[in-house]
Ligand binder design. Sequence first.
Ligand SMILES: [Zn+2]
Length: 356
Amino acid sequence: MRPAAFVFLLASACLAATGAAEPGVIRIGAVDYVSVDDGADRLGLRVVPLVAQSAMILKDGPRPVARLADHSREIDLKGLRVFLGDPVIARGGTFYVSRIDYQSHLVPRLRPVLCGPPPRQPRVIAIDPGHGGTDHGAENRALGTMEKTCTLDVSLRLKRLLEGAGYAVVLTRDSDFDLPKAVRSEIANRANADLFVSVHFNSLYPNTKTTGAEVLSFPARSQRSADSWSPGGNDNAETKDAPVNAFDAWNTVLAGALHRRILDALHDGDRGEKLEHLGVLRGLKCPGVLVEPAFISSDAEGAKLGTPEFRNAIAAAVFAGIQDYAEVIKALHPAPVPAPDAATAPRSQPSRPAVP
Ligand SMILES: [Zn+2]
């Protein structure tokens, strides 16, 4: 596509994102909702109801791209488990999704061109090996392994892959020492990082059977953490934007890219993308997520984590996810207009007289 045509398309899309593409809003309880029918129309998608199951499928041409169910925060988004910030609601045969979920999950993942100006193309990547020093993180007591050691090992492998592909990499820690959560995002900000990935491993100890991958991003303002929906949990939504909320849509794009690659590489189960008010993400001035590719507390995954092959596979999956994210962002940036070449510049142009 010619640069001018792309700029026009992007400008139209940005205008659409700020108004015309926005479906009408209705209030359900304390939350603003939009009709999925209306949203689908604006995204060029088709709604297929599954009446018997109180669910619906969104199709992009012949391809199913999302499945939503009444009273559920969990949706299937292009084959990935994603937990929205608010439950989907069905009323009178029409499905509604919260306006924030529409803007920060559906639009970025299904039509990223409608999300307004994209963030910078990633060149500087901040990698954050979780825990460190006196903070061991989770442990596998049977195997004697600690989360802080695994996160650093995988992060160092990831750094080598990224540098090999020409990225600049900043590690929040490169050895075993304590590092407060807020300092980790400060290090990324000071390095002018274009994206941030915090590497962790999950634990449900004393459960040693659960395996699988989880990806966490920071909730949009007024949305709750996933864990606050558990029985007895309190609404912990915040009323002010955190710095990282400037990237709500792009955090989701990054989460999806990493999620897919980790699942494809490890095949140990999909624990889903979730929202959590994580101190390590809060202060970021670039898109960022936290990945939990496997359970250190699991007998099976804990043992695999002890092998360099598995840690390599994790690093390679995160690397591939970062590259996928970079491709999405690159496609949203207009190609630079080439500078006029001196050799091809018109010769009839009079040269400027020298100033005496
Ligand atoms: Zn951790």
